[in-house]
Design a protein around this ligand. Sequence first.
Ligand SMILES: [Zn+2]
Length: 312
Amino acid sequence: MSTKKITIIAAVAFLLSVVLVAAAVGGIAGLFGDSSRTDCSAVGSTTTGVAGYDSDQMANAATIVAVGKQMIVPTRGWVIAIATAMQESGLRNLGYGDRDSLGLFQQRPSQGWGTPAQIMNPTYSATQFYKHLLAVPGWQAMSLTNAAQTVQRSGFPNAYARHEHAARIIVAAVHNATCSTTAGEWTVPALGHCSSGFGPREGVFHHGLDIAAPLGTAIVAASDGLVIDAGPASGYGLWIRIQHRGGTITTYGHNNRNHVHTGQAVFAGQPIAEVGNRGQSTGPHLHFQIEVGGEAIDPVTFYRQNGIELCS
Ligand SMILES: [Zn+2]
């Protein structure tokens, strides 16, 4: 085959992949009706059976926990969600149920929970469960039964509590699960709340986004790449810089501890450091910076273009 032919084939393959990625992103965004949530494929947790539940059921549990983390729901909420799904579906994504009930939480399209296709998506159904739970005033102080029943309006409300013990064991087994999104191959670098945005700040320009999180919170690689710097850096205390495909560089600063070294290849979602308070920092946070073509850009805008809401 001539070089020219190979070039043309490569070009066509590349264009096709761009179209496919665009279609996938559009499809996921369309599915949720808003582009702020992408599909959560849970990574970082065990998939072996626990407490009599098999690997399929545990994978569903991992998704429920990972979605809860992504929405910054406290651990108590994960236990309530898991116990609810145990009661409603046995942690299986059921395509049937009582009347028109569907999925992990047996949500009903006729009661406004979403379309059947949406409800059958575990990320969507878990998101809906948490949204309703978070809307219940004082839910964290409620018994598991009362909290779950307020969300679910079940015909058998007292059945939730008997799952509480096993739900705790399952949550412990999958507590490391986080959402890894393949949309655009970018993932959220740390779970926390955005405390300071990109742009002018007190007379200087803030070239990154600050994500406040407790000391020791995991920082993960935002995308696949190569570590080009890891160590002490003026102002940043301890930092990591990663170069990604196309030359985009991400920087992670004020780290308490680094887990990777210069020259190391990393993948999206791989833990690389811990949130710290080193350097010019006023409280534990991740300073997250993205440079495209050597120029710092707003991470929130960049992520939004990849279908991910960094600060929700
Ligand atoms: Zn910063």
